[in-house]
Ligand binder design. Structure first.
Ligand code: MG
Length: 298
């Protein structure tokens, strides 16, 4: 069988015909938040219900990076290479300093507790952008059941530490990422409840200081939802879906699919040439080498 489904013929040049979609590890409960540490030669990702961040290293396999992780979900790196993490359980976003100590980036907005930060990216100006849906406080499965104090917003924390709600008209914002030149911000809306509408990605134009405009629907994912996505250096967006990873062109049309036998949650680029797509999917970690290069910090 093929690992790929070509929709637009140009997609054939994005993939390598003889590169497998390889299961690197399995046996987890629900994994998300992959982030590549090229300097350390490893990938970190969250096994959310098991309250831990795991490390995968070529040749060495899986080890525990942090346990308990406060039910960590999304992870990324800032421009200094530091790990930035969304924690459902502590309802906060943190930075792990190079000495291993943990700094709180955000846990409140206007005096109220955040819901359960889900996904995070850092721009070249050092601002930290994250989504704050209520999924992690709905039940005790991926955090602690609790009252929602704030709407499900998208926030920006500027380098001075001040936090601002940038997007306030989402049912539940989830995955987010910037275009390679940071002039566009993509944010998924994945609905209040599992499987509820909307299930789409919106696109915003980014101006000085992170001001946003636009917000039209960029693409409606089907089947499944845009739990997480990352972009390549040509601006193609690689999104989670229920049947694998969907590659979307900068104009929003689907180019093709990487077929994965489990529901995909998040992806990130990594590997020696930033050309390997790591895929967290339900109970397993997968990877596939592409003829594309990932954008952003790695
Ligand atoms: Mg997510």
């Amino acid at each position: 069988m093929s690992f790929f489904e070509v929709v637009d013929p140009r997609f054939s040049s994005f993939v390598l015909g003889n590169a497998p979609v390889k299961q690197l590890a399995t046996g987890f409960d629900w994994v998300e938040g992959p982030v590549w540490f090229g300097d350390a030669g490893c990938l970190l990702f969250s096994d959310i219900p098991n309250n831990r961040i795991l490390r995968w290293m070529p040749g060495a396999g899986i080890s525990v990076f942090r346990e308990p992780s406060n039910y960590a979900n999304g992870n990324t790196r800032d421009r200094q290479g530091r790990l930035v993490t969304c924690e459902h359980g502590a309802r906060r976003v943190t930075r792990t300093e190079l000495d291993g100590s943990v700094t709180v980036i955000a846990d409140r907005y206007q005096g109220k507790r955040l819901n359960s930060p889900n996904d995070v990216v850092v721009t070249s100006d050092g601002a930290v952008w994250f989504t704050d849906p209520h999924y992690g406080i709905m039940t005790d499965y991926e955090g602690y059941r609790s009252e929602q104090e704030l709407p499900c917003n998208v926030y920006r924390v500027d380098p001075s530490g001040s936090i601002e709600a940038m997007l306030t008209d989402f049912a539940c914002p989830n995955g987010l990422a910037f275009s390679p030149d940071e002039t566009r911000l993509y944010v998924a809306d994945t609905g209040r409840m599992f499987g509820s509408d909307p299930q789409h990605i919106r696109a915003f134009t980014v101006a000085e200081g992170g001001r946003l405009s636009g917000g039209e629907v960029f693409h409606a994912i089907s089947p499944g939802c845009a739990d997480g996505f990352r972009l390549d250096t040509d601006g193609n967006l690689w999104s989670s879906a229920a049947d694998g990873v969907h590659c979307l062109a900068p104009d929003g049309h689907i180019m093709g699919k990487i077929l994965v036998p489990e529901v995909v949650s998040n992806v990130c680029f990594g590997g020696r040439a930033k050309h390997r797509l790591f895929i967290t999917a339900s109970t397993s970690l997968y990877a596939v080498t592409l003829n594309r290069v990932g954008a952003g910090t790695l």
